[in-house]
Design a protein. Structure first.
Length: 128
């Protein structure tokens, strides 16, 4: 997978287990991006994975699903440039008072390009 974007966002690229989400939240490596917070934790895999937490506060089901699709696609497009072996968990914080506000594909892509390397550096400088 190194050097090119994966053709699909495969099930192996999903963070699904609650334990993995809790590990990302507890790792302490996080970046606030305004409309979302990105947590990161190392995993023992040769690729990075994505977990999404988009609660009801962000809107109704179609709006939440649209946000998740944008984030997954942004991650897929940025996957070749992201550090390997990390779990990224994105918690969306879009206020319900802004019903038409949602991230675009470009914003989602730039989010991962901006926070991925900085979170990897932050995790690398921590003592084991």
């Amino acid at each position: 997978m190194t050097g090119q974007s994966p053709a699909r966002f495969r099930p192996c690229h999903h963070v699904r287990r609650g334990v993995d989400f809790q590990r990302a939240y507890a790792s302490g490596a996080r970046r606030d991006a305004g409309w979302c917070v990105v947590h990161a934790a190392p995993n023992a895999l040769p690729f990075s994975r994505l977990g999404l937490s988009v609660g009801r506060r962000c809107g109704n089901a179609p709006r939440r699903n649209r946000i998740k699709r944008m984030l997954r696609e942004g991650f897929r497009l940025a996957a070749s440039q992201l550090p390997e072996g990390l779990d990224f968990v994105v918690s969306c914080r879009l206020p319900p008072s802004a019903p038409h506000e949602r991230p675009t594909l470009g914003e989602a892509h730039q989010l991962f390009l901006a926070v991925g390397p900085s979170l990897a550096r932050r995790l690398a400088t921590r003592p084991a």
